[in-house]
Design a binder for this molecule. Structure first.
Ligand SMILES: [Fe+2]
Ligand SMILES: [Fe+2]
Length: 186
């Protein structure tokens, strides 16, 4: 018998969709869950950055943060924000979110150009963390509730978001998204 994952989970606890899919379980591909899972993962990476002083480890964690954010912001803008525009009559909310992305992208770019993991590098990581924490709060407490209220079909949107996320990750890293099995040949 197939398992419906998430039916008894609290709403604020996102499902780890890649892990669930690779485990072969049946899960509603909900866009909000996917985005919230990404948010939790990147916030955890910021926490990990501060748990080490090893420059190599810090660089590796910062590189992963930058990569994950680039993928997340891109598929959010391409698909999620576009869907938000269609169902909301508040263009300002989406424009503000895009401006916050631009701010984060500028810090990501600066970080990726830095050659030394020094105090300035860490200042940029912390500036990015503050910007992302603020942005995630706005998305999860303002944008998502408005979209739920406007009856955005987050299940229908979940699959294209998930696919685009995997495509972007593969394009940027040359590797498959961790936790996602290769599609069966047809
Ligand atoms: Fe987001
Ligand atoms: Fe965003």
């Amino acid at each position: 018998m197939s398992t419906i994952v998430g039916s008894k989970r609290p709403k604020a606890d996102p499902i780890n969709l890649p892990a669930v899919i690779s485990a072969g379980k049946k899960v509603p591909p909900d866009a909000f869950n996917l985005l919230m899972q990404d948010h939790r993962e990147v916030l955890e990476l910021f926490r990990c950055y501060d748990l080490t002083t090893d420059p190599k480890a810090r660089r590796a964690i910062a590189a992963r943060i930058c990569m994950d954010l680039k993928v997340h912001m891109e598929f959010e803008e391409e698909l999620f924000y576009e869907a938000a525009r269609d169902v909301l009559d508040d263009e300002d909310l989406v424009e503000d979110a895009e401006e916050e992305h631009d701010e984060a992208k500028a810090i990501v770019e600066r970080l990726e150009e830095r050659t030394t993991v020094d105090a300035a590098f860490t200042r940029d990581v912390h500036a990015l963390k503050a910007a992302i924490e603020q942005h995630v709060t706005v998305e999860e407490t303002e944008l998502f509730p408005r979209l739920r209220q406007a009856s955005l079909d987050s299940i229908a949107l979940g699959v294209p978001l998930f696919v685009r996320r995997a495509e972007l990750f593969a394009a940027l890293t040359g590797k498959p998204l961790p936790g996602v099995a290769a599609p069966a040949s047809q």
